[in-house]
Every structure is written in C-alpha cells, then in structure tokens.
Design a protein around this ligand. Structure first.
Ligand code: FAD
Length: 222
C-alpha cells in the first residue's frame, strides 16, 4: 500500500511529530511505502492565489475554480501544487496528522486542501462523494486535542468530537471520494505522562500494522 502522511505542526519534536515517526516506522515495517508532506518544513504556502497556476484562463478576473479547471485541461498547475496532487493521486491511504486548532485544521493544512484539491483534477463535472475521483482510497485523521475526552462528548463543554470533525470528514474527504477510517484521537498529550504517550504511540503503530483490514467509519448525521 502507498501511504501519504500530510503533517501540520510547527515543532518537529512535538507529540504530533512523534506520531509521524511512529507511523512511518510501523507502515514501512508492514511493507508499505510512505511519503510525508511535512508542510512547515517544506515551507508550504497555504495561500490560494494565481501562484497555484502556470496557466491563465482569465487575466482580468481571478475565479479559482475556473483557473483550476483550465489548469487541469492544459497541465497548468504550479510545480508545488502539481507535486502534492500527484502524491494524493498515487496513494492508497492518506493520513492527516495535526493538532486541533480552533476546532479545525491548522491554517497551513487547510490551505494545502484549498490549493491541492483543485476543481477538475480532484472533483467536479459531477464527480464527488460516491463518484469522487479518489474512490477506492482511504483517509484517516490523526488528531491531537488539547482538552480532555469528557469535554468532547455530546452535551459536554465543547460538544461531540464526531460533530466537530464532520466538516472535514464529509465536506473534504468523502466529498472527494475517499472512504473515511475512524479518526485517531489523543487528548491532552502535554498533560499525559511519558508512559501514557509511549503507550499511545505503540497503540498507533499496532493499529497501522493492520490498517488494511479496517472497515469504514460512520462520520455521523447531518
Ligand atoms: P506537544 O506539547 O508537542 O507534546 C506533548 C508532549 O509530548 C511534549 O512534552 C513532548 O516533548 C512529548 N513528546 C514528543 N515526542 C514524544 C515521544 N516520542 N514520546 C513521548 N512523548 C513525546 N485544543 C483544543 O482542545 N481545541 C481547540 O480548538 C484548540 N485550538 C488551538 C488553537 C491553537 C492556535 C493552538 C496553538 C492550540 C489549540 N489547542 C486546542 C491545543 C492543541 O490542540 C494542543 O496543544 C495540541 O493538540 C497538543 O499536541 P502537540 O503535538 O502540540 O503536543
């Protein structure tokens, strides 16, 4: 299996970074090929603009989806965007590794989605959800969360984590055709003991060693 890990954390030595290292080791030991897009260390520009393209459809008015469809037709994506699209197209499993920031994706990862998931190439023309171009591929959110689990239950302080992640699961991953696997959630890594964090990393590796056998996850109701 080919696995793409899209990693968004400003500190490489963070617990998120340890989750990436654990994943790469476990997946490679199981015979899989792993590619990591480490967005901060790549200096990935999250701002969607004309810099997404080498081609131009309308020089007078920038409508991103029109330019995306044109770039799809003429091979006009910038090298930075084209390289990321090709990584997604090549993978069987895509993992997003990130800390929950403001109930969502860190801006650098949201910007990666904005720029890389381009109309024409990754959705559009009636191709989305069950007909999305990435059917047959799996996707998984591996998320660290500052608050404790009890704050993220239905009726809890922050509300149900399933509902918080649903816009990403449904509005991005399933929209593009991915089958969603259960999210990997770790609450309060900074407050956990070193032993607890080591146990989480080991459990993550055990999960990944058998990731090919997992069934799809229910992303929750509308
Ligand atoms: P770290 O603090 O990097 O890691 C914790 C500990 O793990 C560190 O001591 C580190 O040294 C240690 N560690 C590293 N490697 C290993 C290893 N190999 N083995 C064992 N231990 C190791 N939280 C919410 O709940 N909801 C929000 O909406 C939210 N919004 C936020 C918005 C912003 C802008 C920011 C900055 C934070 C927000 N947070 C929120 C908190 C955030 O989600 C957590 O701080 C983050 O998830 C913690 O993960 P980390 O990787 O940064 O942990």
């Amino acid at each position: 299996m080919k696995v793409l890990i899209v990693f968004a954390h400003p500190e490489r030595q963070s617990f998120n970074g340890a989750m990436v290292d654990a994943a790469v080791a476990a997946l490679e030991a199981a015979g899989h090929t792993v590619v990591v897009s480490d967005l901060y260390r790549m200096g990935f520009d999250p701002v969607s603009s004309r810099a997404n393209f080498t081609s131009v459809k309308d020089p007078d008015y920038l409508k991103l989806q029109i330019e995306e469809m044109h770039a799809t037709e003429v091979g006009g994506f910038s090298p930075e965007v084209e390289a990321e699209i090709e990584k997604v197209e090549a993978c069987d499993l895509m993992i997003f590794q990130f800390p929950l920031w403001w109930f969502g994706l860190p801006a650098i990862l949201k910007g990666w989605v904005d720029r890389v998931m381009a109309m024409g190439r990754t959705y559009g023309g009636g191709r989305f959800y069950a007909t999305g171009p990435f059917q047959g591929k799996n996707a998984l959110l591996s998320v660290t969360i500052g608050g404790p689990p009890e704050n993220y239950r239905k009726g809890g302080f922050n509300g149900d984590i399933t509902a918080i992640l649903r816009p990403i699961h449904r509005g991005i991953l399933q929209f593009l055709g991915f089958e969603v696997l259960a999210p990997e959630l770790h609450h309060g890594p900074a407050r956990a003991t070193p032993e607890q964090r080591s146990a989480w990393l080991a459990a993550w590796q055990a999960r990944l060693a058998a990731i090919g056998q997992e069934s799809p996850y229910d992303v929750g109701p509308y």
